[in-house]
Ligand binder design. Structure first.
Ligand SMILES: [Zn+2]
Ligand SMILES: [Zn+2]
Length: 360
């Protein structure tokens, strides 16, 4: 990055000239593109495949190869007029504006978008987590002047803890109740595959059963070299065989008729929201697993600090607490109040079904 203090004459551009928050998402007017637009636009740079960020119907879509593949899987071949795959670290110019993608550690293919001109760099991080995940590239810290962050878990009460200890809790329950099946609700893109990989890391090598809605994305992960072991469909498997088994399904399926094919199932749910006991109780979750693909409070605040940004824009989630935290530390901070993010996965009340999948 060109240091703005080293070359003060370059610092003519105001942040809003480079990226402008609009109701449809953040827009780079000079570069002629939007980032994760919530409405159809001419040119979109997409951070990751979750449906609140990656929508069908744009003229041109620029994203990592994996995000483009996932959009294709979900929306079909003609989800955009044209597509352009950009690898992590590859620098492209859009009407003179530099754009690079960097791993966001959120799901396979997820990227932060660094936008640069005249020595000013803004990083739009999409959704991210600064925690190891065997199913995607680790979050890369990018120094910047302005950091655009989510705030899904932007309250000090949210501390996700160690995902492996949650998996240990699951495996203890499995060995304690060998006659029962364990049904884990997990969003179809990212969470399901990460939970499977974590179970494998813990040494569990028996077959893991999948709800049909998780098939395609999970097989795509495997095709990208993510090792998930022996996965089987629950179709045509009889009830007795599922005693002691682990199965994953979209969260909505936990309450559905589908779950009755399992012997006395233990209802489990992998989500950052499971930190809130009332939420688990409300959903009838017997075994809550606090596993999230979003940064928790410590992750958000540590990341903002580490970027060196003097200004923070907060896209969605618990904006107020994070904006307040930043201002107390002498940073400029503003909520962007973009309508339309967080409706997949982050907000469990509304689990949209895209191509028959509930997700995130
Ligand atoms: Zn997401
Ligand atoms: Zn999101």
């Amino acid at each position: 990055m060109v240091s703005p203090t080293a070359i003060p004459y370059l610092r003519r551009m105001r942040p809003e000239d480079l990226l402008t928050p609009t109701p449809a998402g953040v827009c780079c007017k000079v570069g002629g593109f939007h980032i994760d637009p919530t409405r159809p636009v001419e040119r979109a740079v997409i951070t990751h495949g979750h449906s609140d960020h990656a929508r069908a119907g744009h003229g041109a879509v620029l994203a990592t190869p994996e995000t483009l593949d996932l959009m294709r899987l979900r929306y079909g071949e003609s989800f955009a007029g044209t597509t352009q795959a950009i690898r992590y670290g590859e620098r492209i110019a859009l009407d003179g504006i530099g754009v690079t993608l960097h791993p966001a550690g959120h799901v396979l293919g997820s990227a932060q978008v660094a936008v640069e001109a005249n020595g000013l760099r803004i990083v739009a991080s999409g959704d991210y987590k600064n925690v190891a995940d065997p199913t995607c590239a680790p979050f890369e810290l990018v120094l910047c002047d302005i950091f655009i962050t989510e705030a899904t878990f932007g309250l000090p009460v949210f501390r996700h803890g160690d995902p492996q200890s949650e998996i240990a809790k699951l495996l203890r329950s499995v060995s304690l109740f060998p006659e029962r099946a364990h049904l884990i609700g997990a969003y179809s893109l990212g969470k399901a595959q990460r939970v499977i990989a974590l179970i494998r890391q813990a040494g569990y090598d028996k077959p893991i059963y999948l709800h049909g809605a998780l098939d395609r994305i999970t097989h795509y992960y495997q095709s990208r070299g993510i090792a998930l072991g022996d996965l089987r469909s629950v179709r045509n498997v009889n009830k007795a065989e599922l005693a002691g088994a682990i199965a994953l399904c979209p969260p909505s399926a936990l309450q559905e008729l589908w779950s009755r094919r399992f012997p006395d199932p233990v209802s489990s749910f992998a989500s950052g929201w499971m930190r809130v006991r009332a939420r688990a109780r409300q959903r009838g979750v017997e075994l809550p697993l606090v596993i999230s693909d979003h940064a928790d409070w410590d992750g958000l605040t540590a990341t903002i600090t580490a970027t060196g940004a003097s200004e923070v824009w907060v896209t969605h989630g618990q904006e107020d607490a994070l904006v307040h935290w930043a201002m107390v530390r002498g940073l400029k901070a503003r909520p962007l109040a973009i309508v339309g993010y967080g409706d997949e996965g982050e907000s469990e009340e509304a689990e949209p079904v895209a191509n028959g999948e509930a997700s995130a």
